[in-house]
Design a protein. Sequence first.
Lengths: 253, 253
Amino acid sequence: MPSGSLHAKLADALRERIVSGALAVGEPLPSEARLVEEFGTSRGTVRQALSTLRNEGLIEGGQGRRPIVRRRPMGQPFETFLSFSAWVERSGHRPGQRTIELARRGADPVAADALRLEPGEPVIDVLRLRLLDDESVMLERSTFVLDIGLLLFDFDPDAGSIYAGLLARGVEIVAATHTIDAIAAPAEDARLLGVPKGGPLLRERRTASLADGRPVEYGDDRYRPDRATFTIANERAHHLALVRTVPETGEAL
Amino acid sequence: MPSGSLHAKLADALRERIVSGALAVGEPLPSEARLVEEFGTSRGTVRQALSTLRNEGLIEGGQGRRPIVRRRPMGQPFETFLSFSAWVERSGHRPGQRTIELARRGADPVAADALRLEPGEPVIDVLRLRLLDDESVMLERSTFVLDIGLLLFDFDPDAGSIYAGLLARGVEIVAATHTIDAIAAPAEDARLLGVPKGGPLLRERRTASLADGRPVEYGDDRYRPDRATFTIANERAHHLALVRTVPETGEAL
DNA sequence: CAGTGGTCTAGACCACACC
DNA sequence: GTGTGGTCTAGACCACTGG
């Protein structure tokens, strides 16, 4: 899928070599001069492509040295945040899920506000229990705007990612805002997650939007804090990366 | 503090106009042609400076349109994460702090592991209660490696940011890893923060390092979840931005 | 249409890394 | 030293936005 411009094609080609393993982690990339030769472009174009990869965190390195492939591409943060299944698999565990409810009803005030709807306007609510190695780790409450939510009835949410299913139907979510906090487990959540009532839960709420800025999903995910945490790697002048992580078992709380 | 290269100076100048308000939010920047004229550089240099600002999230906008100043500069994520005081002030509140303990003792196993020390090796422990509008919102336990921690005795931690004090003494922290989860409040924490024992706390643990990669601080911050949350803005292909936020009062838990 | 940013080229000099 | 990336210039054409 060449992306039009020359430097984008060049970046795609190099990215492909990295993710395919043709360029191993820690290995230096070809020098700019060689890339100019190989692709027949000017050096400026090569540098623009390398700049793209650097921004994506795929390569690092400085003056005088050839850039090297970064340790762990750590996946696309965006995807990591959106797909529970992908996260669990990358952690070396087995994902599972059980859809408890898939219903059309009037929007509750919180979701309505996030989705820019009036309370009571029809929406699609999904309640899913997410499993990691057959153990309950997260309770997911999602509210989709009606036209998008109706698509959910077309495919089995237990089969895989809802986002993947939507994407296959032309719904591309490109932006999301997440808020992380902690709450005491209400009785229902405690029962479903198998934790004590009133015990701490790690909560992530999100509003997901399309390219035109229209919010289409409001989500409220509640994690067992002993089974999931969020991690941010933070470097001055560089950018943030955030991933979900599975804590080591036996970690002191 | 001009940063050597021309494009960096240009970026500094434009950044200054934005943060000072000379260029208001939503206002378009001067066109590239005008900047070339004004600064007497080539267009490539101007574009490199604009690229820097775009990467920092200060400006946005596309082809054919002049770039505009972004709605929320949302501060430097790195600084936001490191400085409690700066965060509180940016939220429009009044920061405060009370140092409960500043002690030299043997490292506990968790901190020792993070700092790559042997348990029991001498370190400097700091226990601070952080206030927002005179209300307790966060309990901060920090462990510094000995040579860095000893600098803390040179200045008043209640005066302002520890990081600022260290920076003034030549200790520049450039990277950090943060883990966010939720825990039940132990008795001591509950008392200091004024929350029920066993109630949920939002915890952020971090390991902060110098440019050479040496970890120098291990921190364990515990927030009242009704007074602080973490927010991530997430755009496909773009980068993540994470900030602490003060929730609206009266928000449903 | 004119103005603007997006892309690309060709060549130059410098600073740093490694031998 | 040689090779490398970092910086800068001057000029060109295209694609998009706006009046």
